[in-house]
Design a protein around this ligand. Sequence first.
Ligand SMILES: NC(=O)c1ccc[n+]([C@@H]2O[C@H](COP(=O)([O-])OP(=O)(O)OC[C@H]3O[C@@H](n4cnc5c(N)ncnc54)[C@H](OP(=O)(O)O)[C@@H]3O)[C@@H](O)[C@H]2O)c1
Length: 251
Amino acid sequence: MFSYEAPQDLLKDRVILVTGAGDGIGRAAAHAYAAHGATVVLLGRTLEKLEKVYDELEAAGAAQPAIVPLNLETAAEHDYIELANQLDDTFGRLDGLLHNAGILGVRTPLDNYDPIIWNQVMQVNVNAPFMLTQTLMPLLKRSDDASVIFTSSGVGRKGRAHWGAYAISKFATEGMSQVLADELENISAIRVNCINPGATRTAMRAYAYPAEDPERNPTPEQIMPLYLYLMGPDSKAVNGQSLDAQGDGHA
Ligand SMILES: NC(=O)c1ccc[n+]([C@@H]2O[C@H](COP(=O)([O-])OP(=O)(O)OC[C@H]3O[C@@H](n4cnc5c(N)ncnc54)[C@H](OP(=O)(O)O)[C@@H]3O)[C@@H](O)[C@H]2O)c1
């Protein structure tokens, strides 16, 4: 397990947006970032889940979070612009962006793959992070030390039968992360990296592997060290990398 130990004030006064913050890994990241001093912007599609996380963070004494209910499958350009304007009015900048929301689609041969589901997966996993990154870039550029993190998967590095649009969307995610990292290298204070969470005990994992004992995988909370490391100033010099949250690498 990645062994980075984050100082308590790692993210003090930083404003960090997490997509898919209502459940699974995104919920754990929102908690971890808030516990280390960040003001977290909770973006997701299910308002009740976001409100629950909001209440949990408030009860834990975190900086007051913000909630952005947004369905990344159907969001249009004006929704992204409105979000950027709201964040600009409220915070004036953005110090961190965790692209975490994702959907699995179906597991079936490409031969058989439903084009409607293909488009849904590409919309949520690839097009939405592109739109969000592009629209929020002016706010990220106003930060002294901004971090953008994309979420990949093992099947986004080595294709595997029947993983269809999900695997291909994660290859695209790795590509987007690398292209953006290279474009911003040396011309901005923004670093861009990618995390492969590895098998993690969430609803998505249970859906993909219904016969698996969930206990054999770590909880989202247990894989947070890399999420903290890449979001905080200790990773300032790290750009264009794709790292495993459950790897034995070291910071
Ligand atoms: N768990 C694993 O083993 C594993 C392994 C490799 C990679 N990953 C990646 O890690 C990330 C998080 O996965 P997870 O396991 O935590 O999944 P999860 O438990 O299914 O959570 C996914 C989150 O994304 C949100 N989301 C889905 N579609 C959305 C949409 N259209 N608009 C806005 N939000 C949307 C969900 O919102 P709702 O709760 O409202 O549905 C949920 O909060 C994903 O990118 C996934 O591909 C996970």
